[in-house]
Design a protein around this ligand. Structure first.
Ligand code: FES
Length: 377
């Protein structure tokens, strides 16, 4: 079967199935914004509280296609923060725009931003391999569905940075070995050097708070702990839907008993078709999932942006079509090939399909929707 390339992507990857040397280097920006509500808001009439929550909820949800947004409640876990919005985007601007939009709502007038942690993904200078021996991709935050999130800003001593790299690797090896004893705790480390006051932001996702406690206590006994300058404040957060998180602040409930997320039909407006030229690709967010939208010779396709093998960015893959106009994209990391119309794997190392989304053009505007036949990855 011959194929014609449509929007080939340059990659200098090795062909041995290992992590590609020329894989993308684009980092993500991460923001943890912690809010507290003014007690005066709790004295407003209940109808006003409900109205304000709905307005704020809608405002925040409008940003769902521009960033990955995860709400958490800190009610009952911390005195100086009650609501967390964990935001992950490809640039800083969506964070600023969301902050402005939130503060322009009526409820925004009662919210104070008590803490804000800004960071970026980056590959570690230390060798950190999965137990399988595979190097973990660290440029993409791979969020889980864990119920709890524990976050703290982190600063190391200057003496740490004066040690030779191989000596630091030895210390890190011990630290990593302890971490592996707690597989129910998933660590996300992002970097803040020059971006914010701390050096790192560490965020642990887990369903088992007791495991996290034991892990932190055991890490105190490792040598790496000697080089910690600051690792507070610590935020203990409970994951929930946005409306539930707003309801946790008080006032009448606005959250409805949701059907499972995957069962809901969701559409997002992408923008004018005229601004999306054939041969181009765009990454969009659909209800918290990254989707890749392709314009292949005027025909639009949307599938999950994350390869089912190791979450490679399919939006950066090479697209081609055969004589029958069956179009595929090749993952830039290890070359799994997916059918753009179905999300099915047609060749390569991946064993599971990726989510396929509906695309509609109404009045010259592109909409992408989730009609879930398979689980989003
Ligand atoms: S991440 Fe390995 S094939 Fe896509």
């Amino acid at each position: 079967m011959s194929s014609r390339p449509v929007n080939p992507v340059q990659h200098t990857s090795s062909q041995n199935g290992g992590p590609a040397k020329g894989r993308p280097t684009k980092r993500q920006y991460v923001r943890f914004a912690f809010y507290k509500i003014d007690p005066l808001w709790r004295r407003l009439p209940p109808e006003e509280q409900a109205d304000q929550k709905r307005e704020l909820s809608e405002t925040i949800q409008n940003f769902g296609r521009r960033m990955l947004l995860r709400p958490f409640s800190l009610m009952g876990t911390r005195a100086d923060a009650e609501l967390l919005l964990w935001q992950i985007a490809e640039s800083i601007e969506p964070f600023q725009q969301l902050a402005t939009a939130m503060m322009s709502t009526r409820m925004g007038g009662y919210l104070t931003l008590e803490h804000s942690l800004l960071s970026q993904t980056k590959r570690s200078v230390y060798e950190i391999k999965d137990p399988s021996g595979e190097e973990r991709e660290q440029l993409i935050v791979q969020v889980t569905d864990a119920k709890y999130l524990f976050i703290y800003p982190f600063v190391k001593t200057r003496n740490w940075y004066r040690m030779p790299l191989d000596a630091r690797q030895v210390v890190m090896d011990e630290h990593i070995t302890v971490g592996r004893k707690y597989p129910a705790v998933k660590l996300n480390t992002t970097y803040s050097f020059g971006l914010d006051d701390q050096e790192f932001v560490v965020a642990f996702e887990t369903d088992e708070p007791a495991d996290f406690l034991d892990l932190v206590q055991e890490l105190r006994e490792t040598e790496s702990s000697l080089y910690t300058l600051r690792d507070t404040p610590l935020f203990s957060c409970v994951r929930m839907g946005l409306d539930q998180a707003l309801d946790s602040l008080g006032g009448p409930a606005i959250a409805v008993e949701d059907e499972p997320e995957e069962a809901r039909e969701v559409w997002v407006e992408v923008g004018p078709l005229d601004d999306f030229a054939p041969g181009t690709t765009r990454v969009i967010y659909l209800d918290g999932q990254q989707a890749a939208l392709f314009n292949v010779g005027g025909k639009l396709y949307a599938i999950s942006n994350r390869c089912s093998h190791a979450r490679g960015p399919l939006s950066e893959g090479a697209v081609s079509c055969d004589e029958s106009d069956n179009c595929t994209v090749v993952c830039p990391w290890h070359y799994a090939k997916y059918d753009l119309a179905t999300g099915q794997v047609v060749d390569g190392i991946a064993s599971a399909p990726v989510a396929k989304y509906e695309v509609d053009v109404r009045d010259g505007v592109i909409y992408v929707g989730r009609v879930p036949q398979i689980e989003a990855i």
